[in-house]
Design a protein around this ligand. Structure first.
Ligand SMILES: *Cc1c(COP(=O)(O)O)cnc(C)c1O
Length: 369
């Protein structure tokens, strides 16, 4: 149906992923920020999140939050990247709450909030060792908290949070997450009241909920990948999560050429269009299908050592891709593919992110609620 390449979005499977995840976090007193930046804050998908009764809907891009606010999304919006100073006014205008880690930005947020006659909620980020965003030293963090509490009437400090697994590939172990709880307690001592949120990370922290090892006071998680794709923890970390649909999103691309060709180029090889000198194994003659989709649509072909898009037909394999073409080996396929046929793929996060940010890729929604 419709134009290709396309991502087919099964809205009821996404709704089920959210419901099943929320059931499990609810049981440990944890609320969810549904992170939609991975689907470029797709409005149809975000409306499913909006109807699910989540604490927040989150993105790292203020223009995405602006779009959602203007579209009438009612769940409070959370900005998950510390703002650029050039966007503090928009962040105050469109986000109800934001993650913060830089005093200069926080001061400008306070000024913008006062100008807009608003009180803006913030969660202060503690770096517990992953080394992307967050305040690293505890005394610097408690000092920042005190300044916000006492001197910034435009802001309300509602929580402490941390991020893991984005740079340092840090494992959210119970002891690492307990460090965050200790940080929150130190802040509570200084400001003399309890914080509303202790935000214990992202998708990679969800296994702590499932195995019952989440430190008691962690009560907020920012979840993107898990509810959209559900691949990372199951495929990379080996946690079984049978309650998730891993096929809610399907990439569909069309075959535009189908021929028997040798597996090795005929003639002298130079550099390819990406600056690499490829090596070719001689596998004899092959049945090759050429697809009308490429790295201009889904970003870099490789995710680690494997393709970022995964054919659902286990008997076919991606050979390579350029900007606008993907070359498949269909020699062993049981299905008799023809020109015009559609090949379906599962996605890793990076491919999903690129596909949703591209107008060249159609979005088709099925199983509306
Ligand atoms: C993107 C992001 C998330 C969501 O990450 P997932 O791994 O997709 O769950 C959470 N927190 C922050 C700060 C982020 O930037």
């Amino acid at each position: 149906m419709g134009m290709y390449p396309q991502v087919e979005v099964n809205l009821s499977k996404l709704a089920e992923n959210i419901k099943e995840t929320k059931k499990r976090t609810d049981a440990c007193g944890i609320v969810i920020a549904g992170v939609v930046k991975g689907v470029w804050a797709d409005l149809e998908i975000t409306r499913i999140y909006d109807a699910a009764g989540l604490a927040h809907i989150a993105s790292s891009r203020v223009e995405q939050l602006a779009k959602l606010k203007q579209a009438g999304v009612t769940t409070p919006l959370l900005m998950v990247r510390t703002p650029m100073t050039c966007e503090v006014e928009e962040v105050v205008r469109f986000a109800d709450i934001s993650l913060q880690s830089e005093m200069q930005v926080i001061a400008e947020m306070n000024t913008a909030a006062l100008e807009q006659h608003k009180v803006h909620d913030i969660i202060l980020m503690k770096d517990i060792g992953d080394l992307r965003e967050g305040i690293f030293q505890l005394d610097e963090l408690t000092c920042a908290a005190q300044t916000i509490e006492n001197d910034m009437p435009g802001l309300r400090l509602v929580g402490i949070g941390t991020n893991l697994g984005c740079y340092g590939a840090l494992d959210p172990t119970p002891s690492k997450l307990s460090e965050l709880v200790e940080t929150a307690k130190a802040v509570e001592e200084i400001i003399g009241r309890e914080l509303t949120y202790i935000s214990g990370g992202a998708t990679s922290s969800v296994p702590r909920v499932l195995d019952g090892t989440m430190p008691a006071r962690i009560n907020h998680l920012r979840i993107g990948e898990l509810m959209l794709l559900g691949r990372d923890q199951q495929v990379l970390r080996g946690y079984d999560m049978p309650f998730l649909n891993t096929d809610a999103l399907t990439l569909k691309a069309q075959i535009i050429e189908l021929k028997e060709k040798p597996s090795r180029p005929q003639g002298d090889s130079v550099l390819d269009s990406f600056g690499n000198r490829p090596v070719f194994e001689d596998k004899g003659m092959m049945k090759r299908a050429l697809l009308a989709i490429g790295q201009a649509d889904y970003g870099a072909l490789l995710y680690g050592d494997t393709p970022a898009i995964i054919p659902r037909d286990p008997d076919i394999e991606i050979i390579s891709a350029s900007s606008d073409h993907t070359i498949m080996d269909i020699t062993k396929a049981k299905r008799d593919y023809k020109v015009g046929d559609i090949i379906e793929f599962d996605l890793w996060y990076t491919a999903m992110l690129h596909l949703f940010s591209k107008e060249s890729v159609a979005k088709v929604y099925i199983n509306r609620l």
